[in-house]
Design a protein around this ligand. Sequence first.
Ligand SMILES: [Zn+2]
Length: 158
Amino acid sequence: MPPPAYKHPARWANQLTTMLDHVKGSNRYPVDVEELILDYSRNVWPGDRVLAIHSEELHGFEGALVPVRENGGWLIISNSAARDGRRRFTIAHEVGHYLLHRHLLPPEGIRCKADSVGRGAGHAIEKEADEFAAALLMPSHDLRRQIDPRAKPSIDEL
Ligand SMILES: [Zn+2]
């Protein structure tokens, strides 16, 4: 199957959220991003899927999306030094790059610095990956149920 046509980050997140709501019901939070993208990409793009998600020491980077040419797929790497909430956000951010940008990336893939993940610094695609991650992890219908609208939650709380 060809790479996906451009779709707005929030639309991608909404599509996946709707699918999960149907499959798993609405009491399924926190979102299991790893299971989601491994299953989804294997079904939709079997020759260009996410093969694995690893956590390892990354120096100067928070996450990466790296092609594995010989296996016809991609590896997502997150910084093992990050706390759980941060790591989940990073993985969702890399999933955003996979869905939105993988056909635009240089041959070595993309490595994201800490100030790109969650703060959108750098290239425009960093903002799109953040927008996708936030919308996937915090769908508005669930967010309204769980968070006081006056609160200003941190990334870890979200
Ligand atoms: Zn990034």
